[in-house]
Design a protein around this ligand. Sequence first.
Ligand code: GLN
Length: 527
Amino acid sequence: MSKYIFITGGVVSSLGKGISGASIGKLLQLRGFKVNMIKFDPYINIDPGTMNPYQHGEVFVTADGAESDLDLGTYERFLDVYTSKANTNTAGDIYKTVINRERRGDYDGATVQVIPHITDEIKKRFAALKNKCDISIIEIGGTVGDIEGLPFMEAARQFQLENKKEDIFSIHVTLVPYIAGAHELKTKPTQHSVNKLREIGISPDMIICRTEYHLDESLKRKISLFCNVKKECVIEAMDAPSIYFIPEAFYDQKVDSLIIEELNMKTKKKFDKTWFTKIKSLGEFNKTVKVAVVGKYADLKDAYKSIDESLNIAATELKAKAEIHYLGAEDKDLVRKLKDFDAILVPGGFGNRGVEGKIKAITYARKNKIPFLGICLGMQCSVIEASRNLAKLKNANSTEFDETTKYPVIKILEEQKNVSYRGGTMRLGNYKAEIKKDALAHNLYKSIAIEERHRHRYEMNPEFIDILEKVGLSVTAYHKGVLPEIVEIKDHPFFLGVQFHPEFASRPMKAHPIFKGFLSAALKVSK
Ligand code: GLN
């Protein structure tokens, strides 16, 4: 059996198609089905790796090293699964595959066209994971009517034609705006959006309406009639205090049973509501922990989506609420602002901008014994900080920011240049590391062998390890005994820098040990 659920969006972008898809996936998973989610992004970039987080939010890295859309993080967290390269596709990558094939002469002299060559490649990718699951949930990025999305919509239409009706369920996510002056919710944008979709040849089986207010029965009936969708398949999606409450809101509207029925499937097991109860109980807390995230993209939370999620997940397990503030690393007043916080986190990043501010924040955390977590660039900054201020290596730096520095404490290692890593010189995806016994990290992981996701080019320079260890910054984990993975300062409540990205591995009810340890230390010193 291979069944498919297609999710398209209309009216405006950012409607949370990913969250809707993941919530439906969760319900189907709780019914015993094996679900996979595949994202299709219609832009020309090969992957979002090179895109500015302001445009696209965080780059989520899969265990097998794909640089992908942040929706894959949502899928992983909701479904507690590991996605891979096959779960993320872009128009750029699809065109590249077709063009490479054309260059090799594989098309035998044919004129290579959007239909059928591009659409064939898209359809192949729709079905890529069919043998690994019962249901593939396919999310097409963008909004219906976008020029670049057309080949994807066309492929979805053809896919319907070539498969049995009972194997495909189509969901359209739209917005039902509230017009304050008229005190009214408006269905017209939804009607237009569904019309557009039907022009392409796709008739949705379900409409998920994002709305600020309840949809009454007459409104649902209106949408049902105008859009040719059964009334019970007009679903209300109100803003929720937590995205993890959405599966239950959908369950209450029978979203899963409606889909199962339409797809002619048999529920594999009795619905177990424990997940809903557990998720709800996580919202109970009696203390607050204030965390400063000092980064380049202070005004865009999505740029640090997985970090935000990881902190929230860890805090709830500690029965606390994480109050997370994003502080701009270039803010002149940064150090003064840090005085209000229980913990300081410096996240990953690329490029020079804000680096000196991040280093100042680390000096502050180190000297004032504020729990500190440095991730990737944040870890590299902590090495620079200790080199300059503890080891007195004047102007020590990463060669990413100063190619001619006398003390290149972070650099691209020769060994690394010779290794053919996935993604060229970038270390991407899962790499193993071995932690030293009795290190803080060992205490947190309760294990020596770990495997975590990476996304970086530069490494801590092993030539400086001895000097830094003498002044208190020790390397407590290595990859293959050579590449430093974790640094720590002992005489401190919590000072940890990690070359990898633990934020990609957090799951609700399964907080990552590093985030849990970090916030637990913060709660101890909490003001
Ligand atoms: N810019 C640094 C590097 O390439 C850190 C990357 C990151 O933080 N993801 O090594």
